[in-house]
Design a protein around this ligand. Structure first.
Ligand SMILES: [Zn+2]
Length: 154
């Protein structure tokens, strides 16, 4: 086959493929997302060995590899550990229109951070160390965006 292109005008067609898919989030995140959807509550899980609390919950402790079956309801408040401000539109889909802020929220009662939007505030006013609380969507579907964003506690 070497040289086959010598005798042919090679045509290239540009296109896009839409690939519908579905996947299971597993038993741990199913419980987490169902609590968001059905009760507007944020739950975490605790390692029985080292006591570390994970929010969002995990299947296993990242330090001791213990299975995590102890569930803890969190109060829905936390602290912005770090953040960034998106000031431009991306060609890929952002779930929010720029400008918007998002960051890592360390939930009260948890030892880990949760990445989420920070809203109801000018993005330029967001600060590390800011105290925030979860704001839930009125219509929830069972995913992380059931939390609309975290807003400053005034
Ligand atoms: Zn552990």
């Amino acid at each position: 086959m070497p040289g086959w292109k010598d005798d042919v005008d090679v045509l290239v067609h540009e296109g896009k493929i839409s690939v519908p898919y579905s996947w299971t989030v597993g038993s741990t995140l199913s419980r987490f997302y169902c609590e968001l959807r059905d009760n507007a509550k944020i739950w975490a899980n605790r390692c029985p060995s080292c006591g570390k609390v994970f929010a969002p919950p995990k299947i296993k402790c990242i330090d001791c590899y213990e299975d995590l079956h102890d569930w803890v309801e969190l109060p829905g408040t936390g602290t912005v550990e770090t953040y960034t401000v998106v000031r431009y539109e991306e060609p890929v889909l952002h779930p929010r229109k720029a400008p918007f802020a998002y960051g890592i929220i360390k939930m009260d009662g948890a030892d880990t951070g949760m990445v989420h939007f920070i809203g109801d505030v000018d993005p330029e006013e967001v600060k590390a160390g800011m105290r925030v609380e979860a704001v839930f969507e009125d219509e929830r579907e069972g995913n992380i965006l059931d939390i609309k964003h975290f807003r400053p506690i005034t």
